[in-house]
Design a protein around this ligand. Sequence first.
Ligand SMILES: [Zn+2]
Length: 673
Amino acid sequence: MKRYSDKVQKIVYGGDYNPEQWPEDIWKEDMRLFKEAGIDIVTLNVFSWAAIQPSEDEYDFARLDKIMNLVRENDLKVCLATSTGAHPAWMAKRHPDILRVDFEGRKRKFGARHNSCPNSPTYQKYSVRLAKKLAQRYKDYENIVVWHISNEYGGECYCENCEQAFRRWLKEKYKTLEELNRVWNTSFWGHTFYDWDEIVLPNALSEHFEYDRSTFQGITLDYRRFNSDSILNCYRMEYEAVKEITPEIPVTTNLMGFYPALDYQKWGRYMDVISWDNYPEVDATPAKIAMQHDLMRGVGGGKPFLLMEQTPGVTNWHDYCALKRPGVMRLLSYQAVAHGADSVMFFQMRRSIGACEKYHSAVIDHVGNGDTRVFRETAKLGKELQRLGDFVLGAVTEAKAAIYFDWDNWWALTCTAGPTVDLDYKAQILDYYQALHTQNIPVDLVGAEDDLSKYKLLIAPLLYMTKTGYDEKIRKFVREGGIFVTTFFSGIVDEHDLVITGGYPGKLRDILGIWAEEIDALPEDKENCFDYNGSRYPARLLCDLIHSEGARALGTYQKDFYAGMPAVTVNEFGKGKAYYVATRSDAAFYRLFLQDVCEECSITPLLGDVEGVEVTVRENENGRFLFLLNHNDAFAEVYIEETCSDLLTDETFFEGTRIKMEPKGVKILKISR
Ligand SMILES: [Zn+2]
């Protein structure tokens, strides 16, 4: 199979194109405007299932044929969707098994999207059949560069079919009821199961007292794994269907960053190229957006990914749908490229006139021509990307620092009852990510299966769940010279959310050289504090009360009955070191602490940091490229240590000069060798 980057010659530019919403005379005008804007790829057929299959055995491709031919004649590449993200109304009426049952136990009726039960025989049969028909019909269209299976898979189902599939999934996993009863700790609250059929799905009618609060976390944890696997199975069936006919075309489905319902680290193994939809909140910091790009890159094993969707101007679902200010669409597009994207794509090309996305902006607005700010900005970026050509295509990011993120750990932390309702895994990840990001230190987000040998630093905030064998992976990493950082409430449970007895942090105890005896939860308006390197920092959220078992205290609590106990420790282990941060602190602490840790393991920033200027690196056979992104509303100056040239302007900068960057400005600097 060809890699995605072998199918294209540049960073492709375009997005979701839904011409079926428009009369044909508008299509020609679209083609003209696309050319004007430097658009060279369109995603087609995302929501056409009802149009293509009007009834049980009837398929009608006439309109899609026309669209496919039109875009081919206009030299546009195609990301071809299989259309299975929303099923037809007739199908729901005739085959109610396709409809989901929600968390409250209510059978859904036809409506919205993400609406098919993943274990519905009807959905599986007709979705695979449609994918196959599409592949057969369009296999000779050489302009198809990637398959787009379904759309934004997500949600969950609690129907009878899913319940039976859950029992089969459990039987496959645990083999015996004895083992199942053990891992779910069913001897508590009299939950012992004597027959597989006694097991029901955990929802509002059974184990849950809130959506994210379960009385039996082990059951909920397995349900979330099962649900993710069920939906993955639908993706994989369509994947196989198109692959059988078009083995040369890479396959993707659009992911959604930190999306809780699906374990993307598992999904990534079955995708030829990762793609995702980036819709940051209006007030999202550059680090928060960057972290999602890095997560998505990590899900794909570090390879470049596709930015499948972003809005050119405004989204429609936020409470206040603020415009992307002038220059911001360009800046965020390059931010994606800076973190590994090999495409810049939008939802959508022409703005809808009805239904829920009519106030979501598009490249071509309701006015219908190219005389808008959004179109002009889009066209300007289109020209720039043409100029950029294939320079950075396929380029990778080499990071020496990794942050561990794991979906199972996320689920377990979310559903756990206690020790605090304010526990937010993503926020803890962001604390550490942001501290590295502001210092221009590249980071990979890694999962439990990823190889650690290329890293000098591994940070695992809130490593609550230590999966079997992962402690040994960390032990080896540190013993061989790696630096490991973890935090409060870590090493507590195994992969079944069963507590590892013998003292916290469980299997990490020898590596960290500590014992955490108790955990104190602080309400939002209360804090303790600790001293570190001569300054005082806040201690919030949770405070582990730890005893040293060989580790050296770098900071100690200053208040309450545990004043004087260690709050930050380091333990020498083999050739490496293991740090423990026993509480949550503030940005100033994380910045200083990680500066010290990075110095310790000789990780150096890409450039000296300038407030609000993000710096990343990508590398391929064409060279090494530094991306400079000025997120400020003001000019910024960046000191350059090596001679380089800006790919966007051809300007050369000699080593030791200060580059002046415009507000929201971008530079892609090729380092001279
Ligand atoms: Zn179902």
